[in-house]
Design a protein around this ligand. Structure first.
Ligand SMILES: [Zn+2]
Length: 364
C-alpha cells in the first residue's frame, strides 16, 4: 500500500476547485502531502471497477484504499450539487469519514446564519469553515487543521494503552497543558467521550478514531469557548488591557509570551493558557491602587496601558468574552451559566443585548 499522505478535496465547481487548490498549495510543502481532487483520485483508480458510479461503497473504498496514498484528511464543499457525473453529498462523505476515522473539514457559505446553531451543537464530528472568508485565510486554516490532526495522531501514537488514563489526560499531554488546567479541561467534556470505554480505547480502532475525536473536541470546544485557552480578544479582556494595545504593543505581548499555547491548531490563531497568564500575573508585586496586571506592566517598564472596554456598557473594564459576537464584555452586561456552554469555559458568556435578541429563537 502506498505510504504517501493525501488530502482529498471534494469540490464540484472547476473554478472554485482551482482557487482552493492553489490557495492550499501555498501553505503545503509538497513533499509532506499531496492535495488531490476526488475525481482525479477516482479516475486514477481502477475505473472499470467503479463504472457504475459513485455509491457509498465506492467512495468509501477509494478513501480507504487507493493506488496513490493514505487519505489523512478530507475537505469538502457543503454543496456538491454541480457534480456532473455523480450524485454524492456532504453528509454521505461525512459518514464515510467518521466510519474510516478520517478528519473532515466542511466549508460553507451559510456559516454566518448557522453559527449559533453550530456553536450550540459543538460536539459535531467535523470542522466547519466559513467559505465567505478570504480564500487565503480559508486555505491557511485547512492546512493548519491538517497539521493539527497530524500532530495529535503522532503524539497519540507515543502513548501506550497501559499508560492511558482517560481522554482528558491524554489530550492534556498532547497539548502540553499546565497540570492545573486538567481539571478545568474535564469540565468541557459533557459526555463527549462517554462512548469510549477503556476497552474501545485499547482496541485497534483507537489508533485511527480516537485522535480524530480528540481533535474535534479540541477545535470545536476547547478553542471555541474561552476558559482554559483564551484567544487574543478574550486574553485582552481577561487582563483588562485594550485589545488594540494588546495586539500591537510588542512589549506588552512579550510579558505574556510564556503563556502562549503551542499545541495542535495553534497556527490558526494565537491562544494563551489562562492558568499560565494567572501564574505570570501572580509574580507581580502588590501595588497600592493598582491591579496585579497593572503592577506587572509597571514592573516591566510599561505605563498607562488603556483598559479593555465592555462593548455592551461602553465602559472601562471587561473580563469576559461574548461567544456570539466575539467581543469583550463585563459580567454585569452579559449572561453566563448557559446549559450548552461547557462549564469549564469560565470566560465565555453572551452579551445581554444579544441574549435578549436571540433567546426566544434558540430557547435560551
Ligand atoms: Zn459592562
Amino acid at each position: 500500500m502506498a505510504s504517501q499522505s493525501l488530502i482529498v478535496l471534494f469540490e464540484d465547481t472547476p473554478k472554485n476547485l482551482q482557487r482552493i487548490r492553489n490557495g492550499i498549495l501555498k501553505f503545503l510543502s509538497t513533499s509532506d502531502v499531496i492535495l488531490i481532487d476526488f475525481l482525479e483520485l477516482f479516475n486514477s483508480d481502477n475505473q472499470t471497477k467503479y463504472k457504475t458510479g459513485l455509491s457509498f461503497d465506492v467512495v468509501e473504498g477509494i478513501l480507504e484504499n487507493n493506488a496513490i496514498g493514505i487519505v489523512e484528511m478530507v475537505i469538502v464543499d457543503v454543496d456538491l450539487s454541480q457534480y456532473k457525473e455523480f450524485s454524492i453529498n456532504e453528509p454521505v462523505i461525512s459518514n464515510i469519514c467518521d466510519k474510516l476515522g478520517i478528519p473532515i473539514c466542511v466549508y460553507s457559505t451559510q456559516v454566518d446564519e448557522s453559527e449559533i446553531e453550530r456553536i450550540k451543537n459543538w460536539s459535531e464530528k467535523s470542522i466547519i469553515l466559513n467559505r465567505n472568508q478570504d480564500i487565503t485565510v480559508l486555505s491557511k486554516h485547512c492546512v493548519a487543521i491538517y497539521r493539527g490532526f497530524k500532530k495529535i495522531r503522532e503524539e497519540f501514537g507515543k502513548f501506550t494503552a497501559k499508560k492511558f488514563q482517560g481522554p482528558i489526560e491524554l489530550l492534556a499531554k498532547v497539548m502540553d497543558a499546565p497540570n492545573s488546567a486538567e481539571a478545568q479541561m474535564a469540565l468541557y467534556e459533557t459526555g463527549y467521550f462517554s462512548v469510549f470505554s477503556k476497552s474501545v480505547v485499547e482496541s485497534e480502532a483507537r489508533n485511527r478514531t480516537f485522535p480524530i475525536l480528540l481533535g474535534y473536541w479540541l477545535f470545536n470546544s476547547l478553542l471555541r469557548f474561552p476558559g482554559v485557552l483564551l484567544n487574543d480578544i478574550a486574553t485582552a479582556s481577561y487582563l483588562n488591557i485594550d485589545l488594540e494595545e494588546f495586539r500591537r504593543n510588542k512589549k506588552v505581548r512579550e510579558i505574556f509570551d510564556d503563556a502562549m499555547y503551542d499545541g495542535p491548531f495553534s497556527d490558526i490563531t494565537s491562544f494563551w493558557w489562562k492558568d499560565r497568564l494567572d501564574e505570570r500575573i501572580a509574580t507581580a508585586e502588590v501595588e497600592k491602587n493598582m491591579s496585579d496586571v497593572q503592577a506587572l506592566l509597571k514592573s516591566e517598564g510599561i505605563r498607562q496601558v488603556p483598559p479593555a472596554r465592555c462593548i455592551e456598557g461602553e465602559h472601562d473594564g471587561a473580563g469576559f468574552y461574548c461567544i456570539i459576537t466575539k467581543e469583550a464584555v463585563c459580567e454585569k452586561h452579559s449572561v453566563g451559566n448557559i446549559s450548552w456552554i461547557p462549564a469549564g469555559a469560565v470566560i465565555s458568556r453572551i452579551k445581554k443585548s444579544k441574549w435578549d435578541e436571540l433567546g426566544p429563537w434558540f430557547g435560551f
